[in-house]
Structure formats: C-alpha cells, structure tokens
Design a protein around this ligand. Structure first.
Ligand SMILES: Cc1cc2nc3c(=O)[nH]c(=O)nc-3n(C[C@H](O)[C@H](O)[C@H](O)COP(=O)(O)O)c2cc1C
Length: 177
C-alpha cells in the first residue's frame, strides 16, 4: 500500500504540510509506504499534448503507482492554491481514476477551509478518484501548531491521524495491498 501526499503550499513553515505529515505518519503506522511528492519545480501546464519532460514524467509515474493520495492545501481567496491546481492539471484525465483521496485544508480565518475542501472534492470526482467522506478543515491555522510543529489544538492530531488510518483501511478495500 503506497500513500503519497501533495502539499499546495510552498512555504517552508507550512501548516498544511505539518497537518499532512501527521496523517501521513498515521498511514505509515498502519503499514503504508509514504512520501510527499514535491510540487515546487513542476512546470506550468500550458495545455500541450506532448511531453513536459522527465520531472513531470516521474511525478505522474509516482502518482500512478500510488494506491492513495493525501491532498492538502491552504485556502487562497476561497479555494485551493494555483500550485496545486497546476500539478493536477499536468495529469492525464485518467491518471487518478480509482485512486483513493483524502483531503486536508487550512485557513487563516475562523470559518475554516470548507470551500477549499469542496473544490478539491469536485476536482477529484471529475478525474474519477474516490474521495473519503472524512476530511479535515483547520481554521485559525496560525494557532493550530506551535513553532516546533507540534499540534496545539485539542483533538486535531487525532482527527488527522484518523484520516491517515482511514486512507490505508479503505485503500486496501479498493485494491491496494
Ligand atoms: C493569496 C492568499 C490568499 C488567501 N486567502 C485566504 C482566504 O480566502 N481565507 C482564509 O481564511 N485564509 C486565506 N489566506 C491565508 C492562508 O490560508 C493561511 O495563511 C494558511 O495558513 C497558509 O497555509 P500554509 O501555512 O500551509 O502556507 C490566504 C493567503 C494567501 C497568501
């Protein structure tokens, strides 16, 4: 069972990445091979039909060989980030077909990142992925984690761990081993 994460924030101190890593570690404890696929160096999707080069080829190959994908994004102007959309746009339409997807999103505001999660769910459904009903929205992201990266908010760590564990559990049902 292979689980990869995509982080829609390029910030080194990203709260999205901290959240993803907690879920990813829980997936690892549940028996999965886990890794993050970095989005920073990917080229722009310009709509061409041909190759985008070796970096995109290996990004796509890593996603194809994954059983489940953990996607996280900060909320930017009411939706997920451009860097994440670009990464998803670089994929062929059927490359996420049948994959299990778990969603995490963070926002500065106290309303949380539900719009971001809904938009990601919509895109994942569009490419025929299975999206877990459970998802994690993190409001007031600036105070959710302490400077050393540990979780500050009661219950948040457990919620993220549950998401990682569910990815493995349901990913196995979908055919991951
Ligand atoms: C361009 C931009 C737009 C943003 N739009 C929103 C927004 O619509 N709602 C919100 O609550 N926070 C918004 N934020 C704040 C980020 O969601 C917040 O800082 C988040 O914690 C950043 O995630 P990161 O730590 O993973 O980079 C915005 C930030 C940026 C840079």
């Amino acid at each position: 069972m292979r689980v990869v994460s995509l982080c829609g924030s390029l910030r080194s101190a990203s709260s999205t990445r901290l959240a993803l890593n907690i879920a990813l570690n829980a997936a690892k404890s549940a028996g999965a091979d886990v890794s993050e696929l970095p989005l920073a160096g990917l080229p722009w999707c310009d709509g061409r039909a041909g190759s985008y080069g070796p970096e995109v080829d290996s990004f796509r190959q890593a996603l194809r060989s994954a059983d489940a994908i953990l996607i996280g994004s900060p909320e930017y102007h009411g939706s997920f980030t451009g860097i994440l959309k670009n990464a998803l746009d670089l994929l062929e339409e059927n490359e996420l077909r049948g994959k299990l997807v778990g969603l995490v999103a963070v926002a500065r505001g106290e309303a949380g990142a539900v719009n971001t999660l809904n938009h990601l769910r919509h895109v994942a459904r569009w490419v025929d992925a299975w999206v877990l009903p459970a998802q994690v929205s993190i409001p007031n992201a600036g105070s959710a984690f302490s400077a050393d990266g540990s979780v500050q908010r009661p219950g948040l760590g457990e919620e993220l761990e549950r998401l990682g564990t569910e990815l493995v559990r349901y990913g196995k049902l979908l055919g991951g081993s």
